[in-house]
Write a protein that binds this ligand. Structure first.
Ligand code: NAI
Ligand code: MG
Length: 326
């Protein structure tokens, strides 16, 4: 069966690292039809629209999407694209690799972040000059849905689950989230730990090896996963997935890196690992594993891009990864 993959490179280094990941996918024995579509500053400058209707159609109609990054239009592009795939679960693995200088080499975490509610989907108002408010919605349905996803994901991985919350202060909303996770855990007879998100931030810095899968409300997941990025050696390594019931979008955590865009030295690993997640999501577990081991081999032996202390180009690293697919 042919998989139809929407490819949306976007802006800046997105236009360098997404083609690199497509090159890796194309070197594998999987039947993929790639459909390119535009989004971001560049297409906005050409057409007036950062997210053309045609792109939303391509993404909605595909089996999965590989996205790069968008520049100043990022929020106008990525939030609707995540919604177009129904991506309620944001999965962000943060893992240290041999060969890469990491603050905490023993880190191997996966953040499962609720992607549709909380403060990022809240309603902000200025109710009087100098007085602003934010109303956020947290539902039992969405909280249960992310908990189910997190426990399913953990079962496959065989790991500990921690739920991050601040229900001691936000008793009603984070309380709702926590109660839903507890209920799902009870129904499944699954073990989980609970952690106040501020204290968890400290523990993750001191002892990341004690944690596995972390289920988080929206804002906490964003902050804690960036913290974890700092533990493992930087943005050039971190993939992510936005998973819905019957569609999904995969993207590096990083942005367009305007400081190095166009130089051909962006690290393609985050996007190539996002492509590995895409393969696994579509059931190509063996090919996904091949991509991961090729990436690990190249991170350990080089070549490496300048962000990892090397002097190789995006193309050098991509060719090396393709060469080690086995
Ligand atoms: P950024 O992630 O683009 O860059 C931060 C730093 O990390 C820069 O020094 C950059 O050179 C480096 N870096 C990032 N990815 C790298 C890679 N693959 N290889 C080597 N070095 C890498 O974040 P920044 O600077 O905050 O944002 C730049 C632009 O990207 C902004 O316009 C922002 O709106 C957009 N952005 C878009 C996102 C998206 O589309 N999902 C996410 C984050 C930012
Ligand atoms: Mg972020």
């Amino acid at each position: 069966m042919t998989d139809r993959i929407a490819v949306v490179p976007g802006d800046g280094i997105g236009r360098e690292v997404v083609p690199a990941a497509v090159e890796v996918l194309s070197a594998l024995p999987v039947d993929i039809e790639f459909v390119e579509a535009e989004a971001g500053d560049r297409v906005r400058d050409e057409t007036g629209e950062a997210l053309p209707e045609g792109t939303v159609e391509v993404v909605s109609g595909a089996d999965a999407t590989l996205f790069g990054a968008a520049g100043e239009t990022a929020a106008d592009v990525i939030l609707p694209l995540r919604a177009a795939v129904g991506g309620y679960a944001n999965v962000r693995p943060a893992r240290a690799y041999p060969g890469v200088d990491a603050l905490k080499p023993e880190t191997d975490l996966v953040f499962v972040r609720e992607n549709t509610e909380g403060v990022y989907a809240g309603i902000e108002s200025e109710i009087a000059p100098g007085v602003t408010t934010l109303t956020r919605v947290v539902t039992e349905e969405a909280s249960r849905r992310i908990a189910e996803f997190g426990f399913d994901y953990t079962e496959a991985r065989g790991d500990d689950v921690t739920v991050a919350h601040k229900a001691n202060v936000m008793r009603t909303t984070d309380g709702q989230f926590l109660d839903a996770v507890r209920a799902v855990a009870d129904e499944r007879g699954a073990a989980h730990e609970e952690a106040l998100m501020d204290a968890l931030a400290m523990h993750l810095v001191l002892r990341p090896e004690e944690y596995g899968v972390v289920i988080c409300p929206n804002l906490a997941g964003d902050v804690l996963s960036d913290l974890a990025a700092g533990l493992v050696g930087g943005l050039g390594l971190l993939p992510s997935a936005n998973v819905g019931d019957d569609n999904a979008l995969f993207e590096p955590v990083h942005g367009t890196a305007p400081d190095i865009a166009g130089e051909g030295i962006a690290n393609p690993v985050a996007t190539i690992l996002s492509a590995a997640m895409l393969l696994e999501h579509l059931g190509h577990d063996e090919e996904g594993a091949r991509v991961r081991s090729a990436v690990e081999a190249v991170l350990e032996d080089g070549p490496r891009t300048p962000d990892l202390g090397g002097s190789a180009t995006t193309e050098d690293v991509t060719d090396a990864i393709v060469g080690r697919l086995g």
